[in-house]
Design a protein around this ligand. Structure first.
Ligand code: DX5
Ligand code: ZN
Length: 216
C-alpha cells in the first residue's frame, strides 16, 4: 500500500511540515484544500497552496473539498500533480470536471463523503483514475475512523473487479497504526495527524507499514 501524507494538522508550520514529509519515503504529499462552503473550514487559498509547495519534491495528490472545483483546477495544474480529486457531492458538472483534469494530463479522482452511497458513483466510474473514500467527515484532521468504511471499501473492490476496471482506491481520515489494517486492500492510505503530530515522521510511517505486515 502507498502512503499519502496530509500536512493539514502538524506539530510544525506548513513549510517545515512539507520539508519533513519530503524527507520520508511516503509516496505522495496530500493537499487538502477547503473553501469554507462545501466544508465549514477554509484553509488555504490557491496562491498559498502554490507557495507552500514551491520546494516540494514528492508526487502531489490534491483533495479539493470545494464547491465549483473547475475554478481551481487550471491554477493547481501548474504544480503538475499526479491526482486531482473532487467531491461527487460538490458539483453538478462531474463529467466536465473529469475532462478538464484529464485534458491537463492529470489523473482524475472522485471523493465520496461517508454518507454517500457508492452506487452514485456508477455513471462516472469508468472515466476516473481514483476513488477517494472518506473515512471521516471532510473538513478537519484528527477525527476518528468510521467503521462503515470497511464495507464500502469491500463493495468498491467488488465493483472494480466485476467491471474489469483499474481505478485506484484511496482512503482518507483517521488512519493510524490501529486502523490501517481495516483498509489493507486499499491502494493508498492518507494519513495526517498520526504522522505529522509527531516529531519523527518516518517512524510513524514505519509503524503504519509494520501494522500492515503484522496482519495474519
Ligand atoms: C479531512 C482531510 C484529511 C485529513 C486527514 O477533511 O481530507 O486528509 O487531513 O487527517 P487525519 O489523518 O488526521 O484524519
Ligand atoms: Zn484529504
Amino acid at each position: 500500500m502507498q502512503i499519502s501524507v496530509s500536512y493539514l494538522s502538524s506539530l510544525y508550520d506548513k513549510e517545515k511540515t512539507i520539508e519533513l514529509i519530503n524527507k520520508t519515503d511516503a509516496q505522495y504529499i496530500h493537499v487538502d484544500l477547503m473553501d469554507g462552503g462545501f466544508v465549514s473550514h477554509k484553509n488555504f487559498t490557491i496562491n498559498e497552496v502554490l507557495d507552500n509547495l514551491k520546494d516540494n519534491k514528492k508526487p502531489i495528490d490534491i483533495h479539493l473539498m470545494v464547491f465549483d472545483p473547475i475554478i481551481y483546477i487550471e491554477k493547481l495544474a501548474t504544480l503538475k500533480p499526479e491526482y486531482i480529486t473532487f467531491h461527487l457531492e460538490a458539483t453538478k458538472d462531474i463529467i466536465k470536471t473529469i475532462e478538464l483534469i484529464k485534458n491537463l494530463g492529470i489523473k482524475a479522482g472522485i471523493a465520496l463523503n461517508p454518507e454517500t452511497n457508492i452506487m452514485e458513483l456508477m455513471p462516472y466510474i469508468s472515466f476516473i483514475d481514483l476513488v477517494l473514500v472518506m473515512s471521516v467527515a471532510p473538513g478537519e484532521g484528527g477525527q476518528k475512523f468510521l467503521e462503515g468504511t470497511k464495507e464500502k471499501l469491500k463493495d468498491l473492490i467488488a465493483i472494480r473487479k466485476s467491471n474489469n476496471l483499474k481505478f485506484k482506491i484511496e482512503v482518507d481520515g483517521g488512519i493510524n497504526k490501529d486502523t490501517i489494517p481495516f483498509i489493507k486492500d486499499a491502494d493508498i492510505a492518507v494519513s495526517g495527524s498520526y504522522i505529522c503530530k509527531n516529531a519523527d515522521y518516518q517512524l510513524m510511517i514505519d509503524n503504519l507499514k509494520s501494522a500492515l505486515n503484522n496482519i495474519d
